[in-house]
Design a protein around this ligand. Structure first.
Ligand code: SF4
Ligand code: SF4
Length: 72
């Protein structure tokens, strides 16, 4: 059922704070060491979309509403 979850980032709003990384109990998120947004922040990214349960913990934790989760 995990393939039914679509997890996306509005990366231009990301501050690279890492709160979402800490919030994911499955350790699926990370902060990039390469990709910087227009504000100069290293951005969060998904490491394993297939494993995401769509629990929304990361989205709820993000103070800047960067993460969007859609379920079908
Ligand atoms: S919590 Fe939000 S702002 Fe912070 S790293 Fe994650 S997506 Fe970016
Ligand atoms: S929705 Fe849940 S499982 Fe998926 S990345 Fe966010 S915290 Fe992790």
């Amino acid at each position: 059922m995990n393939t039914m979850v679509k997890h996306t980032f509005r990366t231009e709003r990301c501050k690279g704070c890492g709160l979402c990384v800490s919030a994911c109990s499955k350790h699926l998120l990370a902060i990039s060491k390469e990709t910087i947004n227009k504000s100069g922040h290293y951005v969060a990214y998904m490491t394993n979309q297939e494993a995401c349960t769509g629990c929304c913990n990361c989205a709820l934790m993000c103070p800047d509403c960067v993460i969007r989760i859609e379920k079908e």
